[in-house]
Design a protein around this ligand. Structure first.
Ligand SMILES: [Zn+2]
Ligand SMILES: [Zn+2]
Length: 224
């Protein structure tokens, strides 16, 4: 029994012989959606200041909870095969800021952001948004290590902008983990896309141009 795949987690699966029992709980604010992140050390802890991540927080009505004082979102990139939902996956919702935007997953029950993926499972990563990893959970740094990268700092609030740092480790993580998953077929092991069609398990809602300008205006107003 493995901890991965799209099925339910068999309780005790983490006790499999020879496998270190290390995982980090994921939970939406109201507790409807629960998941575990296996192998949390195999991750990339970063802060993204891009306007689109800020727009997602505005869309959810969670600006204060999601964004730091400079408008940054703390993100933990993990391999989707390490993410296993244990309850409430039917409450997952998905949106895109634009037709070509990232798939942004969130809990429909309480608007907790869950994470961001590309529209295809082939590049195998999900950038989990910190909020869903902080409910009844150990400190993020204990599980995932400290923040190693600060990216898209041009989108940060105020001046001077935070320095871009740590892109090297991000790219290295991407090359070694994400591309490896692409070539060894591991990318197919994801709870967020259908194995047969490669389509997301939820049809993403794409913002209308009016909705899009609404959230982007809110970002501009907040960021200055
Ligand atoms: Zn919820
Ligand atoms: Zn971003």
């Amino acid at each position: 029994m493995s901890l991965t795949g799209s099925g339910r987690l068999d309780r005790g699966a983490g006790l499999e012989v020879g496998r270190p029992v290390v995982s980090h709980p994921l939970q939406c604010q109201c507790g409807t959606i629960k998941a575990v992140v296996a192998d949390p050390g195999n991750s990339n802890h970063c802060v993204c200041y891009c306007r689109d991540c800020q727009a997602f927080a505005h869309f959810l009505g969670k600006v204060d909870a999601v964004l730091d004082e400079r408008g940054g979102s703390e993100i933990i990139q993990v391999l989707p095969r390490n993410l296993t939902f244990t309850q409430g996956i039917e409450s997952l919702a998905c949106m895109r800021l634009t037709e070509k935007g990232l798939l942004r997953w969130y809990a429909a029950c309480c608007n907790t952001p869950i994470g961001n993926t590309l529209a295809t499972p082939k590049l195998s990563f999900i950038g989990l948004v910190h909020n869903c990893l902080e409910n009844n959970a150990p400190p993020l740094n204990d599980s995932f290590g400290p923040v190693r990268a600060w990216v898209n700092t041009n989108g940060a609030k105020g001046d001077p902008k935070p320095k871009v740092a740590g892109q090297g480790p991000v790219i290295w993580w991407f090359l070694t983990k994400v591309l490896k998953a692409r070539f060894n077929g591991d990318y197919k092991r994801t709870p967020l896309f259908r194995a047969d069609t490669g389509m997301p398990i939820v049809t993403p809602r794409i913002l209308s141009s009016t909705e899009h300008s609404g959230v982007m205006n809110a970002v501009r107003a907040a960021t200055g």
